[in-house]
Write a protein that binds this ligand. Structure first.
Ligand code: PEP
Ligand code: MN
Length: 388
């Protein structure tokens, strides 16, 4: 992969009077002039800490037949909302026609949705439509957990000349059922931030949680991870919303939510730093211990590999692995670890263990003096299922 080289500007240098934490709110969809204006005015009245009003004009729906947004007709409503409240406006674009219409209508900022980010052709078409245009763009993570696609979309925007560029973390579609609509998989935004420390990263707890109950917890987690702000779907009458009804809050509930959150300073002061340093030192030690333990475990795996090789036993023992996994899940639950984390960790350990044993197998097999035992040479196929 080419070296990523984007250096986006921080909010404070966007020339729009913005700073961290940047708070964005507004309905999932712009449904009608009345709904847009009432929501924007409600936000301005109840939650003045919000600086940007979001509303989807074109809604990508998984299946046809749902409400697909008011389209271009919604754009003048956004302009009117801005005129009345002073809030900056923001809408989603997925095609070059959307970009053209949004620019013509004077929308202040754009975002690229989670269903568009994974398609390089669409992202490039948007980038081409934006070449030479100086407008802030927010790139949501792709629906699928693929960091490279997220980075690629950011790079395409940057290459088109967009320096006022930010990312939005809205969680990932995951095949296992979790309490969330979209799994947060915090390691992805954390890795993105590690790759681009300058990049402003906004949390979208609404699309992660998928319901009002989990919203505050997810929002706080994002802030604890030093996110640059939040985008919260807000509707004047959430129960009547034509998309994402379960996750939207009223403007006054939005204020309650934002007021209850703890906004941490991006860089802790001196006394806090000492405490932070202590925790970090501890974490570093624990990480070392984890690696030492894993290395010890792999050594035993190798021994087992040699034993299996000598006694012609297949490397892969699915039933035993399932037993281990069940036991680890029970233990993980007792220890407060998420099933997803335990599964992913154990899968990684298992993969490495199999790799080590296969290595042993092949080394021994091709060692001088080896008599030949049949099989396909991979070591994974049991001998009695071999071809000779
Ligand atoms: C939205 O912000 O309403 C939206 C469609 O989000 P996402 O692209 O994250 O699903
Ligand atoms: Mn939505």
């Amino acid at each position: 992969m080419a070296e990523p080289n984007i250096l986006p500007l921080p909010f404070a240098q966007w020339g729009l009077g913005l700073d961290r934490p940047l708070l964005i709110a507004g309905p999932c969809s712009a449904e009608s002039r009345e709904q847009v204006l009432a929501t924007a005015e409600g936000i301005a009245e109840h939650a003045p800490q919000v600086k940007v009003f979001r509303a989807g004009s074109w809604k990508p729906r998984t299946r046809p037949g749902g409400f697909e947004g008011a389209g271009e007709a919604a754009l003048p409503w956004l302009a009117e909302a801005k005129e009345r409240t002073g809030l900056l406006t923001m809408t989603e674009v997925a095609t070059s026609a959307h970009v053209e219409a949004a620019l013509k209508a004077g929308v202040d900022m754009l975002w690229i949705g989670a269903r568009t980010t994974p398609n390089p052709f669409s992202v490039q078409a948007i980038a081409d439509a934006l070449a030479g245009v100086d407008i802030p763009v927010f790139v949501k993570n792709p629906v699928n957990p693929d960091l490279q696609l997220w980075i690629g979309a950011l790079e395409r925007m940057y290459a088109a000349g967009i320096k006022r560029l930010a990312a939005i973390h809205r969680g990932f579609h995951w095949f296992e059922r979790t309490p969330f609509r979209n799994s947060p998989m915090w390691e992805f935004p954390v890795r993105l931030k590690a790759a681009f420390p300058e990049l402003e990263l906004i949390g979208d707890p609404s699309h992660i949680a998928g319901n009002r109950q989990l919203l505050a917890g997810v929002a706080q987690q994002a802030l604890d991870l030093n996110f640059s702000g939040l985008m919260v779907e807000t509707h004047i009458d959430p129960a009547q919303a034509r998309s994402d009804a379960a996750q939207q809050v009223t403007p006054s509930d939005l204020d309650g939510l934002l007021t209850a959150l703890t906004f941490r300073s991006p860089k802790a002061g001196p006394t806090l730093r000492d405490e932070l340093q202590e925790h970090r030192d501890l974490i570093d030690r624990l990480d070392e211990e984890i690696l030492q333990k894993i290395a010890a475990r792999m050594e035993i795996s190798e021994r087992i590999g040699r034993f299996k090789q000598a006694h012609n036993i297949a490397i892969l023992q699915p039933e035993r692995w399932r037993r281990i996994m069940r036991a680890q899940q029970v233990l993980g639950k007792e220890l407060g670890l998420s099933p997803h984390f335990v599964q992913a960790l154990m899968d990684t350990v298992h993969d490495e263990s199999i790799r080590k044993q296969t290595e042993v197998w092949e080394r021994e097999q091709f060692a001088p003096g080896f008599q030949g035992m049949g099989g396909n040479g991979t070591g994974i196929i049991p001998r009695d299922e071999g071809t000779s």
